[in-house]
Ligand binder design. Sequence first.
Ligand code: FAD
Ligand code: NAI
Length: 454
Amino acid sequence: MSGRFDVVVIGAGPGGARAARRCRQYGASVAIVEKHYFGGTCLNYGCIPSKALLSSAHTLLAAKHAAQVGIDIPSAAPNWPNIQQRKDSIVTGFRKHMAASAEANDITIFRGTASITAPDTIKIETDEKPTEINADKIIIATGSEPIPIPNIPVDGQTVIGSKQALSLPEIPQSMVIIGGGVIGCEMACIYAAMGTKVTIVEALAQLIPMEEQWVGRLIEREFKKLGIDSLTSCKVTSVENTGASAKVTLEDGQAIDAEKVLVSVGRKPLVDKQTIEALNLQMNGQAISVDEKMQTSVPGVYAIGDAVGTTFLAHGASTEAEVAAANATGGDRTMTDYSLIPRVIFTFPEIASVGKSEDTCKSEGLDVSVGKGFFKVNGRSVAQNQTAGQIRLVRENATNKILGITMVGQMVTELIAFAASLINTTGKPDITFPHPTVSETLEDAIEDAFAQSS
Ligand code: FAD
Ligand code: NAI
């Protein structure tokens, strides 16, 4: 098959799939090229399978603590094969749905590995003969891959990455996680709940170092209750892989034996080398450089998602897809303020933030007040036996603007989209919060922030 299209999208992850659908809705003829599975990292090895496992872990913990809410459950244990099967069937279901929906929307699907050979030409390598297609506009959405640690090779069996961690054949007795960022902390919750002895080794001074210090401290305290050991300001110097297990040696000479070692020290953009050379694409390190229209250094060629190294979030990729799709089809859209894209981490308890943190505001010299609300005094949270965490809201004193909201607690990943709508609004929001709901803790934080005099 060959042909000419108004827009060709490379990569069918959340960024590419959204861009293709939107371009089609704007009336363009569209093709999408995918070398592996529809849904990309997010659906197949990321967001969805991890949340399926987290849901099983959450249910298991609730069953184990059922006596605290007056329910006798004699024993609660994970059935790992069933947990895995459920996760896999969720993934395959969505994968089929995504491909079917692209076809139903009249998007031409090419299976194979694409590289751009000229600003309007895409070569597709398949198991059979290579194909060439042409496009007026191209959107690159090729995603990312894990960052390796040079002296710690991932063999996929004992020393693993997140992809293998989602599909382990058995629950390991013990696991050392190198990197206490987003993946490390979510995986720690899954396996600690399943009964694995988990130790996190984080190079920086706190877990989740991209969030404020109080978040890291709170999470570390809650992780301790789950039996997770967190070693911060700590680096692994070597991993001796013996096949059945590994000996992890730390900077201070301490050694930990673990059945599995998970390396989760970040991800880097994945961009086809031939494409970079053929187009002489301007790069920003390993990421594709783009302007605020998501256009690369080559007119008519756009790039979005993990490949541009901005958010490394599925919804970040989708937001960039909206901008690129509009611009590739004759519209004029500009990428919004990145701090308005909510950040969500599905740990126990969850973390969510949007806008500017208190630290960022202070480093920018802004005079701010910080209001706090606590889940331990929230009726719904107490009734649900989930009282850990708090919400902090940052108000600029001079303007009365809400600049940022950070939350740690139950269901805060659901509350953050609403909280995002408050960012950059001025004055105390006039909202009736339903009672009793977790959202009343946000009301408490608002009340507190606006009660403080500047
Ligand atoms: P991808 O989803 O990586 O898709 C890129 C696609 O391009 C892939 O399908 C790939 O096969 C294809 N491709 C690459 N090169 C070529 C080529 N040359 N030709 C053809 N096809 C090609 N984000 C969240 O927002 N929430 C979460 O809860 C979350 N959880 C995560 C959990 C884990 C364990 C991981 C690893 C990531 C998680 N993420 C999460 C991050 C999220 O998965 C990514 O940010 C998101 O998938 C990026 O979307 P994308 O479209 O840019 O790239
Ligand atoms: P990350 O950037 O979140 O965390 C990596 C951590 O490893 C950092 O805390 C860093 O300080 C630490 N580190 C780096 N080198 C180290 C070393 N040698 N020893 C010890 N620690 C070291 O990256 P992660 O967790 O791999 O996730 C990749 C991306 O995937 C994230 O940027 C995130 O955006 C995305 N993701 C999003 C999720 C969500 O939105 N809920 C869930 C999972 C992943």
